[in-house]
Design a protein around this ligand. Structure first.
Ligand code: NAP
Length: 252
């Protein structure tokens, strides 16, 4: 899988899965735009880890539609084009219904969907417009097993990822004639900041046992699939949602 000179925008590349996705594309010859929200130093650390040249850093709060547009425009201006968008940035927040006030509940859904779904939808819009003009491109969405299995303690998170799955599938149909191909990765737990607190709880060992491999995923295992979905030759996977959950949850 080669991406020589291709321009890749990875959202949430300051750490975790996004950092590994950026490293995986750079290792295959790509120029990577590393998006972050507030951790500039962490984004710079990611850039220092990348092989090759031409990598840039771009800031935006994905909950702000104007910031998303400004960020994608800036990336295209500085890189000359955009070949791949990876919608990776996301937030995980728990709010079990029995413990929530109505005000908390009503604020919770727009807050989580605002980043995980609307942020990705807006970045997709902006990138797809450029891709249509340049003759094609790839979009990879990082979803979650929770979209299928349910997230009883984090229902807005589950809903945001189910929405992301549907968004990817709808646009895979719409944009295929424009040679824009869309793939989705649905990981179970992954060794990152996002999962660290959950894995540190007393039932953390039970989480490891959800997979017959007795562990959670490494971020590079998610990156491997993201790169594959964006690669030359994977066009006919468009619309697919690929599980990366170590057989912890098998859907039919
Ligand atoms: N870890 C897991 O167990 C797991 C499982 C399934 C799916 N996923 C999905 O995989 C993706 C990456 O997760 P991760 O574990 O790598 O997460 P992470 O370590 O918590 O990193 C989250 C990234 O998203 C960025 N981000 C957060 N809120 C943002 C906002 N409002 N605007 C712009 N950027 C924002 C962060 O930027 P800053 O560093 O600047 O804050 C950071 O780069 C997410 O979509 C997540 O839902 C993760």
């Amino acid at each position: 899988m080669h991406f020589d000179g291709k321009a890749i925008l990875v959202t949430g590349a300051s750490r975790g899965i996004g950092r590994e996705i950026a490293k995986a594309f750079a290792a295959r010859g790509a120029r990577v735009a590393l998006h972050y929200r507030c951790e500039l130093e962490a984004a710079e650390t990611t850039r220092n880890m990348l092989t090759g040249e031409g990598h840039i850093i771009a800031q935006a709060d994905l909950a702000d539609p104007a910031a998303v547009k400004r960020m994608v425009d800036e990336v295209v201006e500085r890189m000359g084009r955009i070949d791949v968008l990876v919608n990776n940035a996301g937030i995980y927040e728990e709010l079990p219904l029995p413990e929530a006030t109505y005000d908390e509940w009503a604020a919770y859904f727009p807050r989580v969907l605002g980043v995980n779904l609307y942020g990705a939808a807006n970045a997709t819009y902006c990138a797809a417009k450029y891709m249509m003009n340049q003759g094609g491109g790839r979009i990879v969405n990082i979803s979650s097993r929770g979209a299928f299995r349910g997230e009883p303690d984090a229902p807005a998170y589950g809903a945001s990822k189910a929405g992301l799955n549907s968004l990817g599938q709808s646009l895979a149909k719409l944009l295929a004639p424009h040679k824009i191909f869309i793939g989705t990765v649905a990981p179970g737990f992954v060794e990152t900041d996002m999962a660290a607190e959950r894995l540190a709880q007393p039932d953390g060992a039970d989480i490891l046992r959800q997979s017959p491999l007795g562990r959670v995923a490494k971020p590079e295992e998610v990156a491997h699939v993201a790169v594959f979905l964006a690669s030359e030759g994977a066009e006919f996977t468009t619309g697919a949602i690929v599980d990366v959950n170590g057989a912890s949850y098998l859907r039919s």
